[in-house]
Design a binder for this molecule. Structure first.
Ligand SMILES: NC(=O)c1ccc[n+]([C@@H]2O[C@H](COP(=O)([O-])OP(=O)(O)OC[C@H]3O[C@@H](n4cnc5c(N)ncnc54)[C@H](OP(=O)(O)O)[C@@H]3O)[C@@H](O)[C@H]2O)c1
Length: 318
């Protein structure tokens, strides 16, 4: 496993990080989830991403239990707040920044996290209020660094330009061969300001593994077939896109990689990406995906893959 510096922080994060959206505490049963986590550590993964809203606390509770017994300084823990935790608890007000951090720490059974991320931008709270609250969270020692997820570029810029507050070190956008939006504004802005990308759904929720045959129902043990986990895949499960992904298999072969490894290596080709945050429903996936770290791929293979996917996305139904 190779490691990259997270923005202007002193954190060295593994290029492959392990996430917990939909999976741990929710769709993947506890023994299997624990096996994934153990495999991650065996593979040198040191970066764990979660959020208060994943299973409304269930993912954090799972991690709090499963991480007991591992030295706290042997892993880097990233959490998020913003989405509703109750009828009244949501957003990025000063009160919520403090309250949700304390609640996450309790579920995670630790006294600090390494990265406290704003899961989205909160248009109902002045940015100054959020930034000062995040700064106090760092001063309190409850988080070491702060980040954001899916903020628009103008809000990122406003935070960068604000005086007297802590600096963001990470941005968490969706980024993959099938979702390249961050390349327009977010990556250049962040790269110029000491902010790394830690990217979500780098495998397009598993679509970029090539396991979805456009002419067959999804495999029964896959996310797309899962009642609990498959609800966010409509945009991805389009026949034209699934067919295009099949065309990537010989290209990955030429690179000497499996298709999931090729898709992860594509994400990691971008120097502003510090880590690809994968999901995994079984330990074999963690092992396969971790091996993408350090892969060296001829850029012409990436260009061929991009052309195939871009063509399929251009024909997407509106
Ligand atoms: N900031 C945000 O708004 C946001 C949003 C979403 C996610 N995230 C973060 O990003 C993390 C990753 O998101 P994601 O789970 O969508 O990522 P992903 O890596 O694109 O998809 C993960 C899923 O793909 C399948 N898979 C993984 N490796 C595979 C392999 N080698 N072969 C075949 N199938 C494989 C597994 O599902 P099955 O085996 O069940 O098919 C796995 O659960 C989340 O856990 C979360 O921490 C953040």
């Amino acid at each position: 496993m190779q490691y990259r510096k997270l923005g202007n922080s002193d954190l060295e994060v593994s290029e492959i990080a392990l996430g917990s959206w939909l999976t741990y505490g929710v769709g993947v049963e506890a023994d299997q989830a624990r096996a994934c986590l153990d495999e991650a550590f065996d593979q040198g993964i040191n970066f764990i991403d979660t959020a208060n809203v994943y299973g409304r606390g269930a993912a954090e509770r799972f991690l709090g239990q499963a991480l007991q017994g591992r030295p706290r300084d042997s892993y880097i823990l990233a959490i998020k707040l913003f989405f509703p935790m109750s009828e009244t608890d949501r957003g990025l007000s000063a009160g919520q920044v403090e309250k949700q951090l304390d609640a996450s720490l309790e579920r995670l059974r630790t006294d600090h996290v390494d990265l406290y991320q704003c899961h989205r931008y909160d248009a109902d709270t002045p940015l100054e209020e959020t930034m000062h609250a995040l700064t106090r969270a760092i001063d309190s020692g409850k988080t070491r660094y702060i980040g954001f997820s899916e903020w628009p570029a103008d809000k990122i810029k406003a935070a960068i330009d604000m005086a007297g507050v802590a600096r963001f070190v990470s941005s968490q956008p969706q980024y993959s061969l099938v979702w390249r939006a961050p390349e327009d504004d977010v990556i250049p802005l962040c790269a110029a300001n000491g902010i790394s990308q830690i990217v979500w759904s780098p495998l397009g929720q598993g679509v970029l593994s090539g396991k979805y045959d456009p002419d067959r129902p999804p495999p029964r043990d896959s996310r797309a077939a899962s009642q609990e986990m498959g609800g966010f895949m409509d945009r991805l499960m389009q026949p034209d896109l699934l067919r295009a992904v099949q065309e990537l298999k010989p290209i990955a072969d030429d690179a000497g990689l499996t298709l999931p490894q090729f898709a992860l290596a594509w994400v990691l080709r971008e120097p502003n990406v510090a880590a690809a945050i994968i999901g995994a429903s079984r330990p074999e996936q963690v092992r396969e995906n971790a091996a993408a770290s350090g892969a060296i791929v001829d850029t012409r293979l990436f260009e061929r893959a991009e052309a195939i996917i871009d063509r399929a996305l251009a024909t997407e139904p509106a």
